[in-house]
Design a protein around this ligand. Structure first.
Ligand code: RB5
Length: 145
């Protein structure tokens, strides 16, 4: 499984830690930057992660900024992307099962590494609930917007 990951300066340290953990678990990581803690603008990195997922290069995406909000807004500008800001295992599970979210966004100033790692594990282990007609209908409506 290929995972695209990107961050601005506010999310750089958490991105590096999550990427390292994913590589150790055997995932292929596509690093969309940024590559230092020098100040950058989060839209570029949210879009880079979104495009990597939307064009099929990666199976899922992770985007990190200070709050997990701005970079989610940016990723959601890419057609086909359903980016969700994830705070814990529950939001990770619901975003996947109900919303078929394909980019997980984290706020490095909001949650710590262990919480992010637990949430990411839940994200990777949860599939979209395709048995639910209502979730299928609602996500189809989202994609039609
Ligand atoms: C950068 O200072 C900060 O604004 C950014 O990481 C993010 O929180 C934006 O939503």
């Amino acid at each position: 499984m290929k995972i695209a990951i990107g961050a601005d300066h506010g999310g750089f340290d958490l991105k590096e830690s999550l990427a390292q953990s994913l590589r150790l678990q055997g995932y292929v990581v596509v690093d969309c930057g940024t590559f230092s803690d020098r100040s950058v603008d989060y839209p570029e990195y949210g879009v880079a992660v979104g495009e990597s997922v939307a064009n099929g290069e990666a199976d899922t995406g992770i985007a990190v900024c200070g709050s997990g909000i701005g970079i989610a807004m940016a990723a959601n500008k890419v057609r086909g992307i359903r980016a969700a800001t994830i705070h814990d295992v529950t939001t990770a599970r619901l975003a996947r099962a109900h919303n078929n979210a394909n980019v997980a966004c984290f706020g490095a100033r909001i949650i710590g590494f262990e919480t992010a790692l637990d949430a990411l594990k839940a994200w990777l282990e949860t599939s979209f609930d395709v048995t639910s007609e209502r979730h299928l209908r609602r996500v189809a409506q989202l994609d039609g917007l």
